[in-house]
Write a protein that binds this ligand. Structure first.
Ligand SMILES: Cc1cc2nc3c(=O)[nH]c(=O)nc-3n(C[C@H](O)[C@H](O)[C@H](O)COP(=O)(O)OP(=O)(O)OC[C@H]3O[C@@H](n4cnc5c(N)ncnc54)[C@H](O)[C@@H]3O)c2cc1C
Length: 395
């Protein structure tokens, strides 16, 4: 067979796109190939599960355009399909001196079209999050948390009903342009396709490079580690610290999941491999490639990285440092309640100058579409992002 659309990567981006294409081009032959034996085993199943609100994204970026609508659509979808969702709002707490950061977030949020944002005093925000600590808070009533794995599975079930073939354990080993289309080598044989869509997350730059695209970029993996806190009613929704606006990542936060469990994290430590989920996991091939790229070395000397490295290596190596950071946000009665949780990899794109790219990046070349920087809030943006990509492919 020759597929009309071959999507590489069974995370939320690839699966949501397969569903969007299948519902709009009902006669098209569509397949998703995923190298692991399940869907959403990487970033899409290893995140904070927060339905983001839209105050962090710089107005004018693609993320800012998608996030508010994305949150609305995601929540409506989960309510309809009975995907576990918890709608208890989101609070950003600021300490003395951070009022201007909260004001910046409020202004960004309003410009991006977020409804209901308010700056509250401690007495006011205690009504929503009685254990949160700070001298002021930005309250977002539309914030929520979702079980991201169940969300991806629901999308995949719908895509399959519309004829999408999902091939698990099917890695793209190599890809070539042939007869105006693509030939993809996988462990179970060669697949042909007219269009190829590269949604391979942390591996997406490699696949793009095989087809002469994305040559300005390299992917740098940052591991985000979580703890689980036993003491479930400490936080009702999600509690964040006022972010350092220079960093690409938000700091450690507290998140009450739909099942009631309380997750704390993630930090952001440079990982020694694209699927290295613990400090001791080292992938020599990934390291060799990363060290061979000029953009990586330039990144190491830039201010945002240096600041981030200082804080995050500490919280990655020391459980005590991590907990101290977390307990600045929430007054916890039992500091002993932490136990090690999951970890995820943020696939951060870095350009030739060593700058960490902020926005989602799409690059089209010779019939292939490459998605190169689907960083947070990629989960929240996934439904309108899939429509945006389907528009590009179907026009
Ligand atoms: C720690 C962390 C916290 C986050 N928190 C949030 C949050 O709270 N809210 C939010 O909105 N977003 C959050 N995000 C961002 C969100 O998780 C991602 O933007 C989103 O999951 C990206 O999805 P994806 O499908 O593009 O990538 P992935 O989920 O990584 O999927 C890519 C898939 O491609 C597969 N693949 C790779 N190479 C190949 C190959 N050669 N052949 C076949 N398959 C291949 C991989 O196995 C993987 O399954 C977070 C991310 C992280 C890492």
């Amino acid at each position: 067979v020759t597929y009309d659309y071959l999507i590489v990567g069974g995370g939320v981006t690839g699966v949501a796109l397969s569903r969007a294409l299948a519902t709009r081009a009902s006669k098209a032959k569509i397949a998703v190939i995923e190298k692991h034996s399940g869907l959403a085993t990487q970033a899409s199943g290893r995140n904070s599960g927060v339905v983001h609100v839209g105050y962090n994204q710089k107005p004018g970026t693609l993320k800012a355009k998608l996030v508010v609508e994305g949150g609305r659509q995601l929540k409506a979808y989960c309510r309809e399909k009975k995907v576990p969702l918890r709608e208890r709002g989101l609070l950003v707490v600021g300490r003395q001196g951070q009022e201007s950061t909260l004001e910046t977030l409020l202004a960004r949020g309003r410009e991006n079209g977020v409804e209901g944002l308010q700056i509250l005093t401690p007495r006011e925000f205690a009504e929503h999050e009685p254990n949160a600590a700070g001298s002021a808070g930005l309250w977002a009533p539309c914030g929520a948390t979702v079980d991201s794995l169940s969300f991806v599975k629901a999308l995949a079930a719908e895509a399959s009903e519309h004829g999408v073939e999902v091939r698990l354990g099917s890695a793209l080993w190599s890809v070539e342009r042939k007869n105006g289309g693509f030939e993809v080598r996988t462990p179970s044989g060669t697949l042909s396709a007219k269009r190829l869509i590269n949604c391979a997350g942390a591996q997406a730059d490699r696949i793009a490079h095989m087809l002469g695209a994305g040559l300005d970029y390299t992917m740098v993996p940052f591991r985000g580690e979580y703890y689980v806190y036993a003491g479930q009613d400490l936080v009702r929704g999600a509690v964040y610290a006022a972010p350092d606006l220079e960093f690409p990542f938000l700091g450690i936060h507290w998140t009450a999941m739909p099942d009631g469990s309380l997750h704390v994290g993630p930090n952001a430590a440079l990982a020694f491999g694209r699927e290295s989920y613990s400090f001791k996991d080292i992938d020599r091939e990934d390291l060799r490639e990363m060290f061979g790229r000029g953009g990586f070395w330039k990144m190491l000397w830039q201010r945002p990285f240096l600041k981030m490295a200082r804080l995050n290596f500490r919280t990655s190596l020391s459980q005590k440092a991590f907990q101290e950071e977390a307990l600045r946000l929430v007054r916890a009665g039992r500091p002993a309640g932490f136990s090690k949780g999951h970890a995820g990899i943020r696939a951060q794109l870095v350009d030739r100058n060593g700058t960490m790219v902020d926005d989602l990046v799409t690059e089209e070349k010779d019939g292939a579409l490459h998605l190169l920087n689907v960083v947070s809030p990629g989960l929240t943006c996934s439904l309108p992002f899939a429509d945006h990509l389907a528009d590009m492919l179907l026009r």
